[in-house]
Design a protein around this ligand. Sequence first.
Ligand SMILES: [Zn+2]
Length: 333
Amino acid sequence: MPSARSIGRVAAGMDVDDLRALVHRHYERRRRNKSLHPVIGEIRPLIFDGHESTSSYLRCCRGCSQRRVTVAEGERVQYYHRYVMAMLLHGDGCLLLDIEPQGPGEGESTAAIRLLKRLVARYPRAFNAVIGDSLYLNPEFCRLAVEHGKYFLAVLKDERRDLLVDARGLFECESSVRLESDKKLYQCWDIEGFTTWEQFEYPVRVVRSIETSTVRRWLADEEQEMISEWIWATNIPQTAVGTEAIIRIGHARWRIENNGFNELVNEWNADHVYKHEPNAMLVFLLLLLLAYNVFHAFISLNVKPQLRARHTTRHFAKLVAAEFYIPSGDHFT
Ligand SMILES: [Zn+2]
């Protein structure tokens, strides 16, 4: 086995484009195998989100961002790394397509735009919609999507925005539709043709959903009503996708938190810094994307459903890990 230091040194000198090409090869194989199905109707969503992987007061490198943090001893400079990841949703799961580091002094949207530019060139037909939180309702990001024939859908949150003020005005006078799904009540508004987003030249559709669910509080032995409000802006026309599907696509964004970052961090140690050098850190993350995609493809396409039903995913991960410790030639059967 090479030493940890050698692995770090090799990672620092590796070409990230070669690794991205490997992730693409895995995608191409899945596409040709026809194992990637659309999620909702004909929508193939690509979800974007940012993640902070590490922060430190002591160690920094040329890729570190900086911020001033007030601690008990006064103000200190903290160094950190952030990334934007793109996750392709498909009928049975998700594929992690790519990751882009946020450079020093750079915002999440700048890194996301760079990532989207690379993905429309490398994966022109893999997705037809880009999804994100309120940060992704950025005119440059949405325009880039539209110019490449993609839909966008993002959370509309900032109460100061003319678009939201305008939409709230119309929600007051337009009638709503009631839907029910998974023990949740949805009161929805769906209005097209808004042109009040000044920096954006295309008309926008706004969908609002007030969601009521009942939660049982066992300690107090009572039922409590939970109400949440969601508003999304999109260019997906009503003729292509109905209100209920827009709400499902909007909430599917959580999958990048639950299936993406949470699993990568808690099960795959994604935030561990094996070598604090920007190229090495990106190389480890891209290797992780590849391992994640191959592992999940193995579980969902190779392991027989009866066997899959009997064990947890973690059990299969342990069997794979155990193979590293047994002499070559001997394998679990
Ligand atoms: Zn650093």
